[in-house]
Design a protein around this ligand. Structure first.
Ligand SMILES: Cc1ncc(COP(=O)(O)O)c(C=O)c1O
Length: 454
């Protein structure tokens, strides 16, 4: 609320007018509780009687309601229309994810009460020092916890100094490129590949080199032919994003040998490797990184939840100093409280338990959708992991995806993930938030019906 001016209009009227304007603009929504008059008066530096008079006027006009001990509220009746101008409602509203949304973990399965307890406990034991800006490279406790997790769960050996906490993959990529890239450097990118990272690359004057993907993942021979001098390779070895195929062992070896020869950097995006449902997953490439050419990028967006905005990089030992210097140019953007709670979550064993539980749920949820679509005559690609399914379609996958979206389903077209490659069309759909077999059936039927509409 702005400050009160000293014009001839009585103070209580000025306050009432401003509240009314805030209600009309949608800034104060119907049903919202106003601060107690005593608190509000102190906040804006007027007497309590003045605020009471403003509230009283708005109650009389129907803008506010008094609900006894519970306090004073923006009238619920305003939702029905008058006197608020509906056109002035704020466009900033929270929307729930749509069915099939890609890249989301199962939001219903996250132990929110446990997380809240752990965060509360952390908050209570924080010291004064925790209020100061933390280490720009990340909280030491979290960096150590990530080292333990990587060793036991991913077979990666590293020191805490090699770990840089980031606010997610894009921020990690920015740190990598700000530290190492020079204008004009070439970067291999999987085609089709994760499209949301392209702006980070395009905005830095790098030459983006699309490299095709086949049933063994990134086609390393093709990359070596088209851009033999590339300085960076962006790759999703666990489950290629979005096709889901793992990068085969021969290709991993070939890529690493080429990078060692050419002194190129491999950026291993290990975003969802924890979720593998059939057979043994290959370990991350980073665990084979004898030549020290791999920068490993991890994220909590899939394993916990994306609103955490927390991920990390593991950089090769010889790069620690230059990453450290670059990281020191800005503060770490992940709040200390979040980092410390994450460290507790890992150190107390909750992270492992959660991953184990999620793997079991996802295997079931995935199977429900596979069966529902297969039953309707639409088999899905066989992939063994990840958080989404790919369903081959004939005809324009873009047109079919658009029909799905018109029906309120967040399906995506494989073609929209391509850079220059051509290939058969497919629809991509997340399965992690499908709660039971009936829901899978309902959604599959809805999708197929939408696709069949003329
Ligand atoms: C291929 C891929 N890499 C990385 C990420 C992680 O992104 P972030 O850490 O910014 O949430 C995602 C998220 O959807 C992804 O799909």
């Amino acid at each position: 609320m702005q400050t009160i001016n000293s014009a001839a209009v009585p103070l209580y009227r000025q306050i009432a007018r401003r509240l009314k304007a805030a209600i009309e603009s949608g800034e104060l929504a119907p049903g919202k509780r106003l601060p107690a008059s005593r608190v509000y008066a102190r906040e804006i530096g007027v007497s309590r009687a003045t605020v009471e008079a403003a509230y009283g006027e708005l109650v009389a006009q129907g803008w506010l309601e008094r609900r006894g001990q519970a306090g004073t509220f923006i009238s619920d009746r305003l939702t029905a229309g008058a006197p608020r101008a509906d056109t002035a409602r704020s466009a900033v509203v929270k929307s729930a994810p749509l069915p099939f949304q890609l890249g989301l973990p199962g939001l219903d399965l996250f132990p929110r009460a446990l997380w809240a307890r752990m965060m509360g406990r952390r908050l209570r034991v924080q010291t004064r020092a925790d209020l100061a800006p933390g280490d720009p490279a990340g909280d030491p406790e979290l960096r150590r916890a990530i080292v333990d997790y990587l060793l036991f769960s991913r077979g990666i050996e590293c020191r805490p100094e090699q770990v840089f906490v980031t606010s997610g993959y894009a921020a990690g990529m920015a740190l990598i490129l700000d530290t190492l890239a020079r204008p004009g450097d070439a970067i291999w990118m999987e085609d089709p590949g994760y499209r949301l990272i392209r702006p980070q690359i395009a905005g830095r004057g790098l030459t983006l080199c699309p490299v095709p993907v086949d049933d063994d993942g990134l086609d390393v021979d093709a990359g070596m032919r088209t851009a033999p001098d590339a300085r960076f390779v962006l790759v999703t070895p666990a489950h290629q994003s979005p096709t889901g195929v793992p990068l085969s062992l021969p290709r991993r070896r070939q890529l690493l040998a080429w990078a060692a020869r050419r002194q190129a950097w491999i950026i291993e995006d290990d975003y969802d490797s924890e979720f593998h449902y059939r057979g043994r997953p290959l370990p991350p490439m980073k665990s084979l990184d004898a030549p020290q050419r791999i920068i490993y990028a991890g994220t909590f967006s899939k394993s916990l939840f994306p609103a955490l905005r927390s991920g990390w990089l593991v950089v090769p030992e010889p790069l620690v100093d230059c990453f450290e210097q670059q990281a020191r140019l800005a503060a770490c953007t992940v709040p200390t409280l979040v980092q410390q709670t994450l460290a507790d979550f890992i150190n107390q064993g909750h992270f492992w338990r959660h991953l184990k539980k999620m793997r079991q749920h996802y295997a079931r949820r995935r199977e429900w959708l596979v069966q529902a679509l297969a039953g309707l005559g639409y088999p899905t690609a066989p992939g063994a992991g990840g958080l989404h399914l790919m369903m081959p379609v004939s005809g324009s996958d873009r047109a079919l995806a658009a029909r799905g979206r018109e029906a309120g389903l967040a399906v995506q077209a494989l073609s929209d993930w391509r850079l220059v490659s051509n290939g058969p069309g497919a629809l991509l759909m997340g399965f992690t938030n499908i709660a039971d077999a009936q829901m899978a059936q309902r959604l599959a039927e809805k999708l197929i019906a939408a696709m069949s509409e003329e």
